[in-house]
Design a protein around this ligand. Structure first.
Ligand SMILES: C[S@@+](CC[C@H](N)C(=O)[O-])C[C@H]1O[C@@H](n2cnc3c(N)ncnc32)[C@H](O)[C@@H]1O
Length: 375
């Protein structure tokens, strides 16, 4: 999967457990789908998922990895990926913008990305098939990029992987499921919640001021292929200045969350939230309690894990010398499960960590489960 801030790689097992356990064969609405990793895991368990994200690259990831069914796209996608792999390099907008004016991808690979992207546009394919090819191209470019995982900046020297050849591979598209068709939306989360009733809504918004569009603008331009004007050293799309999210604003995020929770038409809301964000755990708990009312049940799972690699590497000046202080090395991710009309549990318990209960990926993490009775 693509390198992505806030991707739920470490929490995936817990999220799937919480969602799948919420109802029998629930329809799940993932309102902030990002890499589409969560929807992909849920579909692989046979659950019907609607994945939504307001950025175009994320909608394409959701379309290719969740909405598309293998039976429909695999044969033509494999054939097309072979054809696209053989195209001669043809430098264009991508090479000029992201390999010469900035240095996210080596120009040798950039010229192939240009040729492949132009051909995908020329083919004017059905949406799911086109999405699968674009996902293959994004994943291929991600494997040879020269960043630490965000596109606010690139490395001063080419990363060793940037010199590897771009290689298109068939993405892990899942077979059709018996529960019905999955779908991908590209809406603001509130709008998606209003148009898509579900049994379970999964809420994983940005938790701080860093805009996903700014952090992943190269994917947005590659997917939209609108060749926009850019600004700054990172060559960000000009619309990064206007397309914001209320969840990135300390001042507006609480109200944005309240509006969103009100718009959700689902009996169960599963939300993940990180302890470094604008909304502290207590605020999130009180908003969820307000939403589910006195007869609802709220459970909170806290998982402690290492922070993303950039935090551990620390801050360096342009000469590669370490400057400034390295921040926190660990953080706590909370998983809230709010169920309306659920019999409140009679207990308020705190189960201490037991090493065997820790998912293998969270090797040195600790875990606590609190089951909080309804108000
Ligand atoms: C924490 S990430 C989600 C990560 C995802 N669960 C995963 O595992 O990859 C938050 C996502 O919310 C999206 N987003 C931000 N504001 C939004 C809004 N108002 N409506 C819809 N999506 C939004 C961002 O594009 C980003 O992909």
């Amino acid at each position: 999967m693509i390198k992505y801030l806030g991707s739920k790689r470490l929490l995936l097992g817990r999220i799937v457990e919480a969602v799948a356990g919420a109802a029998s064969s629930p329809l799940v609405l993932d309102l902030f789908s990002g890499t589409a990793r969560v929807g992909h895991a849920l579909k692989s368990r046979g659950l019907r998922v609607i994945s939504n994200d307001h950025n175009a690259y994320a909608e394409v990831l959701a379309r290719g990895l969740v909405a598309a069914d293998r039976e429909e796209v695999e044969v033509p996608a494999r054939r097309l990926l072979e054809d696209l792999s053989r195209l001669p390099p043809r430098p264009g907008y991508f090479t000029e913008t992201f390999c010469e004016q900035s240095r996210f991808v080596h120009p040798r690979n950039g010229a192939r990305i240009d040729a492949i992207r132009e051909e995908i546009a020329r083919l004017a394919l059905p949406a799911d098939l086109e999405a699968v090819l674009l996902v293959a191209l994004m994943l291929a470019a991600d494997r040879v990029d020269s960043t630490t995982g965000v596109q606010m900046a690139y490395l001063k020297e080419w990363a060793p992987r940037a010199r590897h050849d771009l290689e298109l591979r068939m993405p892990p598209v899942l077979p059709r499921i018996a529960a019905g068709r999955c779908a991908a939306l590209g809406l603001d989360a509130v709008e998606a919640a209003r148009v898509s009733p579900a049994d379970v809504a999964y809420v994983d918004p940005p938790y701080n001021q860093h805009s996903y569009l700014g952090n992943y603008h190269v994917w947005e331009s590659l997917v939209r292929w609108d060749k926009p004007e850019t600004f700054g050293v990172a060559c960000k799309r000009i619309d990064c200045r206007e397309r914001g999210s209320d969840f990135n604003s300390r001042r507006r995020c609480r109200e944005a969350m309240r509006t969103l929770l009100d718009a959700i038409d689902a009996r169960v809301i599963v939300a993940s939230f990180n302890d470094e964000g604008h909304l502290p755990r207590e605020a999130m708990e009180s908003l969820l309690r307000e939403r589910i009312g006195a007869r609802g049940r709220l459970e909170v799972l806290a998982i402690d894990h290492p922070r993303y690699v950039g935090a551990r590497i620390g801050i360096h000046n342009p000469r590669g010398e370490k400057v400034g202080r390295v921040g926190r090395l660990r953080n706590v991710e909370h998983l809230f499960v709010a169920t309306a009309d659920a019999p409140p549990t009679a207990i308020r318990e705190l189960v201490p960590s037991s090493p065997s209960a820790i998912p293998s990926e969270v090797r040195d993490g600790s875990r606590e489960l609190e089951s909080i009775a309804g108000a």
